[in-house]
Structure formats: C-alpha cells, structure tokens
Design a protein around this ligand. Structure first.
Ligand SMILES: *Cc1c(COP(=O)(O)O)cnc(C)c1O
Length: 377
C-alpha cells in the first residue's frame, strides 16, 4: 500500500481562520476590500514594521502594479533576476516591456550585483536605460540587497523586491520587502502563510498605496456613475481570503520557526554526506525564513544526480522539485538579453527543493531520512 504523499509545501491552517470568515459572512461583507482586508493589512504592517501595505489577490498582481507605479511602459527595458519563478518575468511582458535577465551569485543564489551593474552599463551604452530592477529573495533567502540597492540608487532606477517567498526573512535585521521602492508578497497556497490565493504590494507612501488600490479596483473616477480615465484591474484581495490571512497572521512567527527547524533537520541529515550541500545563509547578516529547504548535489562526489534523488523520493511518494529553471533558457523568453555566466543554470542542473511544510510530522521526516540513509555508500 502506498504511503500518504509528503508535499513540498502545503497549506497549514490553524483553526481561527474560520471565525474571521464567519464574521465576514454574517456581516454580509464578502466583496473585495472590507474589514478583514484592512485588518490583514495592519497585521502585515506591524509584522514587517512598514506602513502602506496594499492587499491584492495575488503576488503576480502586486508585481504587475509595482511596474505600472514605477512608470514602466511598452518598449521599456526591465532588469529581472533570471533565477526565479516565472511570475517575476511575466509581468514585464504584460506591459509590452522587454525583460533583461541577470545571473545569480553563488552564495545567495539571488541577483549578482556585478552582473547587474554590467547589464545596466551595457544597456545604457546601447541607448536605453532600464526602467526598473526586479530582484528576488528566492526560497526565502535574502538577496545581497545592500549592494543591489546601492547600484539602483547610483543609476536612479526603481528597485522592486520580489519577496513572495521571504515573508519574515531579514537582512541586517530589516524585513525583506521593505528595502526597495516597492516590495511584493505572496500568500498563495504553497507560501509560508496563505490566504488561499493572495498577495500584497509594499508601498513607500500613502499616495502610492491609494493609487495601487485605485488601479486594483478598476480605476474608477470619483463620480456617481462609472467614469474611467485610466485602465484599471480587478486585483483587490477579497474580504473572505483576507479572513484566512488574519487567522494565519496569528501563527506566522511559529511558521517561520517550523520552516527553519526543517532546514536544521536537513543540515543534520546531510552533515557528513559527501557531495551534498544544504542551502544556508552566507553570514549573520542574512536570516532566511527557509520557506523551501534546498540542496545541491555534486554527482561526481555523491555518485548520483539530483534527478536520481528526486526519483528515489518519488518512489516513496515524497515530493521534491528541481530548482527553478532560469528564465533566460525558458522557451518563452528565448530572445531576451542575458548578463551572466552559468551560475543559475548550474543551480537548475544540480539543485533540489525538499519537503519544507510547517506541517511535516515526525513520521514524515523519518520517511525522508530513510530514503537518504539508503543512499549512503
Ligand atoms: C509565488 C511567487 C510569485 C507569485 O505569487 P502569486 O501569489 O502566486 O501570484 C512571484 N514570485 C516568486 C518568486 C514566487 O515564488
């Protein structure tokens, strides 16, 4: 008999979500926006110690609005980390803009500041200054944000932090998502907390937040009839989804500790396993929520590839997943300019995300451990 599936990262509800939803239903307040939405925004603001959060119906929507609010238009160039989830790059295309991909550095797996500066200088030389930079805190690991921000400021290019994976991660004790001109968060079902589907835009001031809400609610002008002078979107977070988020916010600190404990489990599991390294913070400036724990497999030392390992886990009904395939080698972005070497490509070739849910049981961890122990020489 097949054992139950162990997921990479599944929703982890805690109980009180339902009371917020019931209240929304009894108040007949279930449209986009409402009390839960506002309360959820306040709770996020307290947690990340930053004002002007705008709750939306996805992280992708937040990315899209961040580019619009940065003034990106059709034909503009936008720099984006190549090692990311496709949503970071798709939004550039939504606007008819051109993605310019930049490689990662080896220690954070995120945007390399050297390649970033090379890319900006070369694009300027070719006659076009990039209109925005999208950097990512992938799998919860903070990027080298000090260096990246310095470069963005030097060239006066708006910086967007894709912190979809990194709620609760910090760099020098400051929360990811609060450094750039805009930050974006995701509360999709697989993220560290969920609203089923949802996201948020972290704005620098109230004027931007109001503009974001305006755009997210169909860009309706102030009039008794429907009057529009701009293109709008239906991107606001519903009061029902926000209710789930309000419940989840009560346990966010616990969820971070649980994910970090998974990472510790893997560090211990692989500590004397030749050829396998667990993705960890490069130094004490970095604090990852370890949304997903990940490893690199050096096949020449370990004697098996990451794909061999993935299939071994699969035999035991344990889900694992190769690291992101970089955007510059995705068919859909085949003709986009790229600056870098093969860092991101090597991550994709040799890296694997492991089960990382905050709801993994001791039995689940035991099953994972057994698969790994069977691979020891
Ligand atoms: C999940 C994710 C997104 C998209 O968020 P959604 O809420 O699913 O739209 C964007 N960027 C990264 C890096 C992600 O992991």
């Amino acid at each position: 008999m097949k054992l139950p599936k162990i997921f990479l990262s599944s929703p982890h509800l805690q109980g009180s979500e339902l009371s917020y939803i019931e209240k929304a239903i009894s108040d007949n307040c279930i449209a986009p926006g409402g009390k839960n939405t506002e309360y959820f925004e306040q709770e996020i603001e307290k947690f990340i110690n930053h004002q002007n959060i705008c709750a939306l119906n996805s992280g992708t929507a937040a990315l899209h609005l961040s580019l619009i609010l940065s003034g990106v238009k059709a034909g503009d160039e936008v720099i984006c980390q190549t090692f990311t989830f496709v949503a970071s790059a798709n939004v550039i295309k939504y606007l008819g803009a051109i993605p310019i991909f930049v490689d990662s550095e080896k220690d954070t797996w995120n945007m390399c500041p050297v390649f970033l500066e090379n890319a900006i200088l070369d694009r300027i030389k070719l006659g076009k200054k990039p209109k925005a930079i999208i950097t990512v805190h992938g799998y919860g690991m903070p990027c080298d944000i000090d260096e990246i921000q310095k470069i963005a400021q030097k060239f006066e290019i708006p910086l967007i932090e894709d912190a979809a994976d990194a709620l609760g991660s910090t760099y020098k004790n400051k929360k990811c998502g609060t450094f750039g001109d805009f930050g974006i968060l995701s509360f999709n079902g697989n993220k560290i907390i969920t609203t089923s589907g949802g996201g948020a835009l972290v704005c620098k001031n109230n004027k931007q937040k109001e503009k974001a809400i305006f755009l997210a609610t169909q860009a309706r002008d102030d009039a008794p009839h429907y009057q529009h002078s701009e293109i709008g979107y239906n991107y606001r977070m519903s009061n029902i989804s926000a209710g789930i988020g309000c419940g989840q916010m009560e346990v966010l600190p616990q969820r971070i500790l649980q994910r970090r404990a998974n990472h510790d489990f893997y560090v211990d599991l692989f500590k004397d396993f030749a050829g396998i390294s667990v993705f960890s913070e490069p130094n004490e400036n970095f604090y990852s929520n370890h949304w997903l724990s990940a490893i690199l497999v050096d096949e020449s030392v370990a004697g098996f590839s990451r794909e061999d390992l993935r299939l071994k886990f699969l035999e035991d009904n344990i889900e694992s997943r190769p690291l992101w395939k970089p955007m510059h080698i995705q068919p859909v972005f085949a003709d986009a300019p790229y600056y870098g070497t093969d860092v991101a490509e090597n991550l994709f070739e040799n890296g694997l995300c492991l089960p990382s849910g905050s709801n993994l049981s001791i039995e689940d961890l035991d099953r994972i451990k057994k698969v790994v122990d069977n691979l020891r020489k």
